[in-house]
Design a protein around this ligand. Structure first.
Ligand code: WT7
Length: 643
């Protein structure tokens, strides 16, 4: 692997980079390794405004960390107010394009007005530090405005991706104990108005603790408004005060909870806090994206996922960037929509996912070739390992061979980028996230926690706490401990398999647990299984990820039915729809296979490994000595050939 193609940064890129050359990277890395607390304290003082300085950099009572203990700061203040005191006051903070082509250019001063007004609205309705809000919105500027208004007052927010169903929304509102939901009538997707509010109404039937619903009008769709509970954003905004100062909050004050899939059916609420999160997302904006004041930066993710939290909203705004936000689909009205946006706004830095790149490759090079992409100077990738064909295309067709590609490995739990090249320093190897960020002590170990050595596969782990790390699982500290720090005592377990080559480069291979990665979105097999078994016809279900050309993995379900006469074709359709309703459209299974029984071990555990083999190759080669009934497996594999 260490012999594969290597792409060193160009001299021109190095000349203007924040971190210039390998020696500069190594210097940062070693300084952080020798004295991590001093290293992070220096960054926190340089990059962040503090109302009150901390008394202790790190309090580490494994697995619980506190960073910048006693320090007082505010994320909203750092992302908005402080820039208004500088040359950035009239710089565009959020450059937004709606799917229909409408545009908004929100400067830092304008953002301050909008955030302050909405914070006043929340305050006047009685919300304050310690409360929780759920935000369920399309990709409109009012989504980050709502997040920043919550952060301003110390209200922890949980953004629920608009693709989640009412059922999934309900589970999150209940788990968080939110008292307010901020939403919209709908958003635009592929030229159509997609309603959001009905899912909120469905969810709230079982959420008696929600007092207020604030609805932003985006599409002017007909929706129901419940008297006393539901209020229009624009009505509350009328006459709202623009004087609503950011509240100095403890460095460990909860900033947000983001739900993600684990290995059980119940999503985990990943808690991030204030000072440490902000410090590290801001630092990585400069290290990985080499962000300069003149850059126009665009991350194409949805804010409903962590990538959008850290690298559309908090990281870029704290660093004083112009962050581009696009509301709609990448193929609307045509497959060149993204390239049009890059050309139109002269985007310099573009961050997207391998799954998007693969879907665009399929459409042909004439789409990007019709546009002037010469403003681009840096490309990024996130969500899954980037395969060589996608890397090559991204580099040649989009970057014209000029732009480094930063392949960024991180997780919802890590809060910010952990393994990635500093583009003016670290030579690239396609498919590798290259080297850890300063302050990140990674390793590859076996089941006992012993390092496996160069070029051997093992578990990717992190040895030391880092400022933007997960603080706990909301309401479940035991699960937090057991899931991340209990598998190998005192070591953070990422759930990924990886290999490190002789140059120290990391190659992440994928998940080692029952977590699928569909279009860069994390989905647990158990979550889909528990949705399926809720259906009255289903007796048992086993779900595995199946390799998929575009989405990386696709959801494939094996289902046994209760006694009765079933029309398999109709039921297959119904079950796919059922899962979409229980979780969300993005979780809709690609395939449902019916079977009389599922392969199980003698102790009754479903052997997903075998099912994975079946969907990948339609044969079974692994060890089946513990199988209860081998004929089940042969039948499942054969069944596919008949179809
Ligand atoms: C999992 C985390 C971090 C934002 C997006 C997903 C996989 C993520 C990479 C990459 C190889 C990657 C891992 C990780 N992953 N980025 N550059 N190379 N794998 O966040 O939903 O928390 O998923 O995504 O498997 O554990 P997430």
């Amino acid at each position: 692997m260490s012999n594969s193609a290597v792409f060193p940064p160009s001299r021109e890129f190095v000349r203007n980079a924040h971190v210039q050359g390998m020696d500069a990277y190594l210097d940062l890395y070693h300084r952080a390794e020798q004295d991590p607390e001093k290293f992070w304290a220096d960054i926190a003082s340089q990059e962040i405004y503090w109302f009150e300085k901390w008394s202790k950099v790190l309090d580490w009572q494994p697995p619980f960390s506190k960073w910048f203990v006693g320090g007082k700061t505010n994320v909203s203040y750092n992302c908005v107010d402080r820039h208004c005191l500088t040359h950035r006051k009239n710089k565009v903070a959020i450059l937004w394009e709606g799917e229909p082509g409408d545009q908004r250019f929100i400067t830092y001063q304008e953002l301050l007005r909008l955030v302050s007004r909405f914070a006043s609205v929340l305050q006047s309705r009685g919300y304050k530090a310690g409360d929780r809000a759920v935000i369920y919105m399309p990709m409109v500027p009012e989504l980050p405005i709502a997040m920043l208004a919550c952060a301003r007052l110390g209200i922890a927010h949980s953004v629920v991706f608009g693709g989640f169903s009412g059922e999934a929304l309900k589970a999150r509102i209940q788990d968080l104990g939110a008292a307010i939901v901020i939403t919209a009538d709908g958003g635009f997707r592929r030229g159509k108005k997609v309603k959001l509010k009905p899912a909120v109404d469905e969810a709230l039937v079982d959420c008696p603790d929600v007092r207020d619903v604030i609805v932003y009008r985006r599409t002017c769709s007909e929706i129901a408004m419940k008297e006393g509970r539901d209020h229009w954003w624009h009505v509350l905004d009328e006459g709202a005060s623009e004087d609503c100062p950011a509240v100095p909050l403890d460095s460990e004050h909860p900033l947000y909870v983001l739900y993600t899939s684990g290995t059980t059916g119940k999503p985990k609420g990943i808690l991030h806090s204030t000072g440490g999160y902000l410090t590290q997302t801001t630092a990585t904006m400069k290290w990985v994206f080499d962000l300069h004041d003149s850059d126009t930066y665009w991350c194409s993710a949805d804010i409903g996922w962590v990538t959008g939290h850290s690298y559309i909203v908090y990281g870029p705004l704290s660093a004083g960037a112009t962050t581009v936000m696009y509301e709609g689909a990448l193929d609307y009205p045509n497959f060149d929509r993204w390239w049009r946006i890059i050309e139109k706004y002269r985007v310099n830095i573009f961050y997207t996912s391998p799954t998007a790149i693969r879907s665009l490759i399929r459409q042909g090079e004439h789409w990007p070739d019709a546009h002037d992409l010469s403003s681009l100077r840096l490309l990024g990738s996130v969500g899954e390992p980037i395969n060589p064909a996608a890397w090559e295309w991204y580099h040649r067709v989009i970057g014209k061979g000029r732009c480094p590609i930063v392949d960024t490995w991180w997780q919802t739990e890590t809060g910010s980028i952990m393994i990635a090249p500093m583009p003016g320093a670290v030579p690239l190897k396609p498919g590798s996230g290259t080297l850890p960020m300063p302050g990140i002590i990674a390793d590859i170990v076996d089941l006992k926690g012993i390092p496996v050595g160069d070029d051997h596969e093992g578990f990717l782990i992190i040895r030391k706490p880092w400022p933007s790390m997960i603080r706990t699982i909301w309401g479940d500290p035991d699960r937090y401990h057991e899931q991340y720090w209990g598998k190998l005592p005192g070591i953070y377990f990422t759930g990924d398999a990886a290999r490190r080559d002789a140059d120290g480069y990391y190659w992440v291979l994928g998940r080692v647990d029952d977590v699928m990665n569909v279009s860069g979105h994390r989905l647990s097999t158990m979550e889909v299984e528990s949705a399926l078994v809720h259906h009255p016809a289903v007796a048992e279900a086993a779900v595995v990820g199946k390799p998929h050309e575009i989405t990386g993995q696709a959801v494939c379900c094996f289902v046994t039915l209760k006694k009765g006469e079933w029309d398999h074709e109709a039921l297959g359709k119904e079950l796919r729809q059922w899962v979409a309703h229980e979780i969300g459209n993005f979780a809709r299974p690609e395939e449902i296979r019916f079977s009389d029984a599922l392969p199980k071990t003698r102790s009754g555990k479903i052997m997903r490994r075998l099912l994975r083999e079946i969907v990948t190759s339609n044969t079974v080669s692994g060890d089946v000595t513990t199988l209860e009934d081998l004929s089940v497996v042969t039948k499942l594999a054969a069944q596919h050939d008949e179809d």
